[in-house]
Ligand binder design. Structure first.
Ligand code: HEC
Ligand code: HEC
Ligand code: HEC
Ligand code: HEC
Length: 253
């Protein structure tokens, strides 16, 4: 406990001091008043104390915490509250501005992609449908639309990898089928960084930076065998094996 009796602080001495300073700075201010300075202070204190009871509680902890949105017309543009950076990216894109049914970017495109998966029950704002597998949004893969020839978004099909189920889409000649397959989940070397084959799609179709280690052979070992039958001598190439691998780093900035 602080010793109250000591001379560290003395209220009436302190008030005297303040009064003197005020008088010095503005001698007319307190002159000729019947009310003493102490009384003035007391009245101010009473005024504030009354205020505590009389003034109703008007300040919320968080501004706007009692203003609620109706989300029945879609919540899309509200996604930007927290993901404004992603909207900025989307806004620079040449594509995907029409998937919400309206051309031009508004933010509602988020809703179209991240609620596209119709096997998922989302909360839909109509009270009789609370969310089940997801509430506001879920992750999606590029292939959900682009490998599905009958997708309801009319997304152009990314054919030629043998993944669309379309007649003649065999993928047998596709240079990058291995790339797409190894990006897809489930295969032995599949990447789970993004869903399905999205890593391969964004690698080619977006400015994302890429680093690839190409392991390239710098030598052939050729085995040639000679076979002699009677007076006939014949040379056959038995095998060609690529060896002496060197790694070349390719970077796309
Ligand atoms: C109040 C802020 C907030 C709002 C509004 C919001 N998000 Fe998010 N979102 C987050 C946070 C925080 C995370 C990361 C944490 C997490 O996964 O729960 C996230 C993660 C995500 C992810 C990544 C999930 C994953 O598995 O990697 C997606 C996709 C997403 N949000 C989409 C949306 C969409 C679409 C909307 C609009 C319907 C939206 N968000 C609205 C804060 C928000
Ligand atoms: C919800 C469905 C959907 C998803 C998911 C989706 N897209 Fe699309 N995509 C579309 C539609 C619809 C179009 C055509 C209309 C448009 O551009 O607005 C399109 C257009 C494109 C185009 C332009 C094709 C052209 O030349 O006309 C590319 C490239 C593309 N998408 C790549 C991707 C990539 C990469 C992903 C994943 C990161 C992805 N898309 C995810 C629906 C989708
Ligand atoms: C054309 C479809 C498409 C549109 C439009 C779209 N997204 Fe995505 N988004 C994706 C895909 C595909 C991924 C990668 C998901 C995965 O595999 O994890 C993704 C990933 C995300 C993530 C995860 C974090 C990250 O950076 O990888 C967030 C958050 C997100 N989206 C929010 C949004 C918001 C907000 C909007 C609207 C401004 C939006 N998305 C519009 C397809 C889309
Ligand atoms: C090796 C790079 C590469 C990869 C990987 C790749 N694409 Fe493409 N994509 C291309 C090229 C190149 C074109 C043709 C562009 C042109 O000539 O107009 C194309 C065309 C498209 C088109 C337009 C198809 C049309 O009807 O004209 C869509 C949509 C598309 N790609 C989506 C995807 C998706 C989704 C993935 C992931 C599964 C993917 N791409 C993977 C390079 C790639």
């Amino acid at each position: 406990m602080l010793p109250l009796s000591d001379n560290n602080f003395n209220l009436s001495k302190e008030l005297d001091r303040i009064q003197k300073i005020l008088k010095r700075n503005n001698p007319n201010a307190l002159m000729g008043r019947s009310m003493t300075f102490e009384k003035g202070i007391l009245i101010v204190i009473i005024f504030f104390a009354l205020g505590l009871f009389v003034i109703p509680q008007t300040v919320s902890l968080f501004e706007g915490e009692h203003f609620w949105y109706s989300i029945e017309g879609g919540y899309g543009s509200k996604c930007l509250k927290c993901h404004a950076d992603i909207y900025e990216e989307l806004n620079q894109s040449a594509y995907h501005d029409t998937i919400d049914g309206v051309s031009g970017f508004s933010g509602n495109e988020c809703y179209s992609c991240h609620r596209a998966n119709l096997t998922i029950t989302y909360a839909n704002g109509s009270l009789d449908q609370p969310g089940r597998e997801a509430h506001a949004a879920s992750s999606i893969s590029c292939t959900y639309c682009h490998f599905n020839a009958s997708n309801p978004f009319n997304a152009p099909v990314a054919g030629g990898f043998g993944m669309t189920g379309l007649a003649n889409d065999t993928g047998t000649e596709a240079a990058h089928r291995g790339f797409v397959l190894s990006s897809a989940n489930g295969s032995i070397s599949g990447s789970s960084l993004l869903l399905n084959a999205s890593e391969a799609c964004i690698a080619c179709h977006t400015p994302v930076e890429i680093t690839i280690n190409f392991s390239v052979p710098t030598q052939f070992d050729i085995t040639v065998r000679n076979s002699v039958s009677g007076s006939n001598s014949q040379w056959n190439v038995e095998s060609i094996v690529a060896t002496n691998l060197t790694v070349f780093l390719e970077e796309k900035k």
